[in-house]
Ligand binder design. Structure first.
Ligand code: URA
Length: 205
């Protein structure tokens, strides 16, 4: 009940949301990251796309999906006729988790505890935006939204539900496409775009 009241209060004020997340100490990822990266997009968006966590570019820019994975997401959305500026784009985890390798920062996947702790913030965003459809990009987003770890390949292209019944469309993470050999990328991007076409179709009246 108290949590609900807190969440309702947070949801009234976007600036307060952004400010308070910079002070988040729910886990230790804040220590090495540049900043917390919250979602961007209209608060009345019908679609909320959820990724894993900010990458190197996003950590520096303070905006989700602005690096190479973001470019691929943009290509997929454009191919499916979805206007990114009408979509709310965010991540399951708000701080970049990495290990240093010289001057390089190598991405590390968030663990279950980090995903669970950060769900508090994602829930606030979902409550504020109240999207008609959530889109999980990859296994971390899906785990965060449904509370269970799924085999992505078994449920890609299907609709799952959050514990409170919100529909979640499942697709791959664009970084997965980036990691494929060159020869396989075009087909994978085309499949990703097909998935996003299904997202657009689900919202047709
Ligand atoms: N990958 C993600 O999951 N999110 C981003 O914002 C960037 C890359």
């Amino acid at each position: 009940e108290r949590l609900r009241a807190q969440q309702a209060q947070h949801s009234e004020n976007a600036d307060q949301f952004t400010t308070s997340i910079q002070g988040c100490r729910r886990c230790s990822l804040w220590k090495n990251a540049t900043q917390a990266v919250v979602g961007t997009g209209p608060l009345d968006a019908e679609i909320m796309i959820v990724g894993e966590q900010p990458g190197d570019h996003e950590d520096l820019a303070g905006q989700p999906f602005v690096g190479p994975a973001g470019q691929l997401l943009d290509q997929g959305l454009a191919g499916a006729g979805i206007d990114r500026s009408r979509v709310y784009v965010t991540n399951a985890v708000k701080h970049f988790k990495f290990r240093a390798n010289g001057r390089q920062r190598i991405h590390q996947s968030p663990n279950r505890t980090e995903i669970e702790n950060c769900k508090w913030w994602l829930d606030l965003e979902i409550e504020r935006v109240a999207p008609k459809l959530l889109v999980a990009l990859g296994a971390t987003a899906l785990e965060s939204l449904t509370g269970t770890r799924h085999d992505l390949l078994n449920c890609r292209g299907s609709l799952e539900r959050t514990p409170d019944g919100r529909p979640v469309f499942v697709t791959v993470h664009p970084s997965y496409i980036l990691r494929l050999p060159n020869s396989e990328r075009a087909a994978a991007l085309s499949n990703f775009t097909d998935d996003l076409h299904k997202v657009a179709a689900l919202l047709q009246p």
